[in-house]
Design a protein. Structure first.
Length: 325
């Protein structure tokens, strides 16, 4: 716990004892910890954490640690001052465009993955994203870490929700607190972190010059336009959680097989996985899913999964039905 102070295990134990128990006779400390306690007490005294010879007492931490905290703060400031030069060396060594203007062209897929990761890793306030078809997994669960410090808002176009891999990624995102809204169509993919760094395709889909390259965007007019575009689309998009709230399932109870289909869909199962898990043909699986969507008043698999969770149609994880999957 106190490794950050540079204390070894014995020094930590002695210091915590003195903090919790008050002044201690020096012979008692030697009896309890052995002759090594001499060196531990000497080290603690040099750090300003204990005082006295016999008895030995702990100094008030806020006073004893003040000099060390000032030293750490100065060291952090020195490190912070070095970071721009260190980043410059990294970018040059890895052939990433040097940040001079507000826009850089990224033609190498490795550069794009690095930029995508960087946007997510450095965001502390918000991540804004457009997801369009075809869905492309950049890193991990669509690049969104399990423990993200920033809030996250995602707009997906409707076609994306027909891709089981995309549904699984979006459900992961929703599970870590992302807000997700749906719209009929988006012109391009996009991700922006803290309005400080963003990435969009260099050309729209089906453009004659479209080559998979991307633009890395930093603060400026282009960033402002992209953020404004996101906010307009966000206001017009439909919250995924409310897609099917107006519908209700028919009064007839669902079969165990229908419930199992719903359970698998909420976990992003593909048609092939459904066929194997239920021992059904591809045509039968598709027909059953279409029937369930019609019954629940939804139009996509993702909406069906959300509807099932909202209306508690999905079996609990420890139920016999879910164990059978």
């Amino acid at each position: 716990m106190l490794e950050i102070l540079g204390l070894d295990q014995l020094e930590q134990e002695v210091y915590l004892l003195l903090l919790a128990s008050g002044p201690q006779p020096r012979p008692d400390l030697l009896d309890q910890y052995g002759q090594q306690a001499h060196a531990a007490l000497t080290s603690l005294r040099k750090r300003g954490l204990v005082m006295g010879v016999d008895p030995v007492r702990a100094c008030k931490p806020s006073l004893g640690l003040a000099p060390a905290m000032l030293e750490w703060q100065a060291a952090l400031e020195r490190l912070r001052a070095l970071l721009p030069d260190m980043d410059q060396l990294f970018l040059q060594a890895n052939h990433v465009p040097v940040e001079q203007g507000s826009v850089d062209v990224l033609a190498d897929p490795a550069q794009m993955r690095e930029a995508f990761q960087r946007i997510h890793d450095t965001a502390r306030t918000e991540v804004l994203a457009f997801h369009t078809a075809p869905f492309k997994r950049m890193i991990g669960n669509d690049g969104i870490p399990n423990l993200h410090l920033a809030c996250c808002r995602i707009i997906v176009e409707e076609e994306v929700l027909d891709d089981p891999d995309a549904v699984a990624g979006l459900q992961h995102s929703e599970g870590i607190g992302c807000e997700i809204r749906m719209t009929k169509h988006l012109d391009h993919k996009m991700v922006i972190g803290d309005r400080q760094l963003g990435m969009v395709p260099q050309y729209p889909a089906r453009h004659p010059d479209e080559d998979g390259s991307a633009l890395l965007i930093r603060p400026g007019t282009i960033m402002d336009v992209l953020v404004e575009q996101f906010e307009r689309r966000w206001q017009a998009a439909m919250p995924v959680g409310s897609v099917a709230q107006g519908a209700r399932p028919s009064e007839a109870p669902m079969s165990d097989e229908d419930l199992k289909i719903l359970w698998l869909l909420t976990r992003g199962a593909s048609d092939r996985q459904l066929q194997r898990g239920l021992m059904l043909s591809d045509r039968t699986v598709r027909r059953r899913i279409e029937a369930l969507m019609e019954r629940c008043g939804v139009t996509t698999r993702f909406q069906l999964g959300v509807y099932a969770a909202q209306h508690k149609l999905v079996p609990a994880l420890d139920s016999p039905l879910s164990q059978a999957s």
